[in-house]
Design a protein around this ligand. Sequence first.
Ligand code: AMP
Length: 398
Amino acid sequence: MKVLVLNCGSSSLKYQLIDMENEAVLCIGLVERIGIDGSILTQKKDGVEGKYIVEQPMKDHQDAIKLVLAGVQDSVYGGVKDMSEIDAVGHRVVHGGEKFASSVVITEEVEEAIRACNDLAPLHNPANLMGIDAMKAILPGVPNVAVFDTAFHQTMEPAAYLYGVPHRLYDEYGVRRYGFHGTSHKYVSQRAAEMLGKDIKDLKIITCHLGNGASVAAIKNGKVIDTSMGLTPLEGLIMGTRCGDIDPAIIPFMMRKEGLDADGVDNLMNKQSGVYGMTGISSDFRDIEAAAEKGDQKAIDALDAYHTRVKKYIGSYAAEMNGVDAIVFTAGLGENGIDNRMAIASNMEYLGVKMDAEANNVRGKERVISAADSQVKVLLIPTNEELMIARDTLALVK
Ligand code: AMP
């Protein structure tokens, strides 16, 4: 059984073709600048030199997906001889609101429900729907499955998901905390249980997904009880360009001081903030670290603030769960940021966390990075959202 995994953005599309017999990635690709001048598709195949590149106008997602399907059938860089070998398509869908607590086979009704969440994820859900519609048109009869970023967090109780605002905002507009990166938090928490040889139902795990977007989740007995992102992915940690938690009074303050409207302040908080805004250097932590090493005070302060915020969430989630058995680091910075992991997880002996500097001195490899006598295990686990999407897709269409 072969599953195509699609992750559609407004002008980009990431894809992987996975053979579910052995969960091997047959090929992996990226389409950029859909609907913009300079559309380009790049595809790679493990073990094959070079890249499959298509540069031609792609006016919409349907154009792009037609080229993706040609790519996956390429005799050198592809993974199937014929489109009929693709048994199902798994779509990453960002927002499932309260409607979806797990993945589903896409029907007209499901599409309608995804559309109903457009207001909550205006940049993402419409793009995800474009991918679904294009796939239905090009490969009719092949089942499409939606895997939601929000679904894994639907186990949160009102205590964790309600904001301290008038209840009617929740009743009328669905204003509550939803959480994101659920597919990643689910994957790494399950892997953590496997690596520790324990049943996830007996564990309290804190998963730190630290990428360009970043979130932390508290997972007790296999269920999310809290997570740092909220109604949108803006809440929580300081991120590449997003501010994370701030005093909400800063919003009207900035609007008055700088004459900003709602879009202006949204842009300021989502695109001009985070470590990028704090340093004026970059949203990439490698650039910030390089600047900090040269003594740039803003870079030093931004890194300290970033690490402190993660530490704060770990402490609060340990409090919420009445303890913690394992802390997991994943995503770009979590997998590769050796010093970052150390800065976050050191000086936590009060919690029973003791890092092993040597074990931690590694990038992108699955391993335990805490000391042998650390009461709380700290693990580095590269995330694999595509595999999780493919597994859910397989389970639903089998
Ligand atoms: P992601 O969103 O998961 O792809 O993560 C991307 C982020 O990971 C980048 O913005 C970088 O800041 C960070 N990152 C990737 N590699 C490294 C590295 N070697 N050291 C520190 N940060 C890294």
